[in-house]
Write a protein that binds this ligand. Structure first.
Ligand SMILES: [Zn+2]
Length: 242
């Protein structure tokens, strides 16, 4: 498990490589119930920079564990730099997940912040080193199985997790030249309305730098006008009522 000192050494590396300045982490909390890494908005709002890490991360190689830190550091950077407070919740759930995924993948594949990889570039994924193409395949499989699961249960949490997978995939394809085309090819068989909205999201990411993505993300949440979605909508939707 990383000590606070080791984490803050990684903060220095992160700033040096990404040119994204973030504050030092003040506290690290380990637990078995957290996702691999987590920052809480309630902490960040108070300018408390705490990092929650899953203690099982130790089963992964050190480089992968550090990539989790880079992912979370990106969320901290985005939270601080998101100027539109009313949009923040959507921004963090959408654009910031894309950014965090992209930077995590850049760190894992050892390319700089603007270079491209190929589909054969090796990358560590869930206990093994695989070609990048395979890594992307797994990402899109998770979107598809997430949609199937949500269609079966209609539980907001399954919908939310699926959207999360989609944002990770958006970030992961950004390392490839023509990543948007790869994305569109990969979702060509998924059901509506997911296909149309994900198409809009990836197109906006490539043509407008993701300017409209928080709103598209919100629309995707609110158009599911079914009872069970209420909790999800309440959680995310108030931000756009300007
Ligand atoms: Zn994240």
């Amino acid at each position: 498990m990383f000590t606070l000192d080791e984490i803050n050494t990684e903060v220095d590396n992160y700033i040096k490589n990404t040119q994204k300045t973030i504050p030092y982490i003040q506290k690290v909390i380990y637990g078995t119930t957290y996702p691999s890494g987590l920052v809480r908005f309630s902490d960040l709002e108070k300018q408390e920079y705490k990092l929650y890490l899953n203690s099982d991360n130790d089963k992964h190689p050190i480089k992968y564990r550090k990539s989790i830190l880079w992912h979370e550091f990106t969320h901290i950077y985005d939270f601080i730099n998101c100027k539109d407070i009313s949009e923040r919740k959507y921004f963090m759930a959408s654009v910031s997940e894309i950014n965090a995924s992209e930077i995590q993948h850049r760190y894992l594949t050892d390319i700089g912040m603007s270079d491209y990889i190929t589909i054969r570039t090796p990358i560590y994924f869930e206990g093994q080193t695989i070609q990048y193409m395979r890594n992307l395949f797994f990402h899109f499989e998770m979107i598809k199985s997430g949609i199937a699961k949500y269609e079966e249960t209609k539980l907001p949490k399954h919908f939310e997790v699926t959207l999360n997978y989609a944002m990770y995939a958006c970030g992961a394809v950004k390392l490839l030249k023509g990543g948007n085309l790869y994305f569109l090819q990969s979702i060509k068989d998924i059901a509506e309305p997911y296909k149309t909205i994900l198409t809009k999201i990836i197109n906006d990411l490539y043509s407008n730098n993701g300017k409209h993505i928080p709103l598209l993300y919100c629309n995707l949440a609110t158009r599911q006008k079914i009872g069970n979605m209420k909790a999800f909508i309440d959680k995310y939707a108030t931000a756009t009522k300007k």
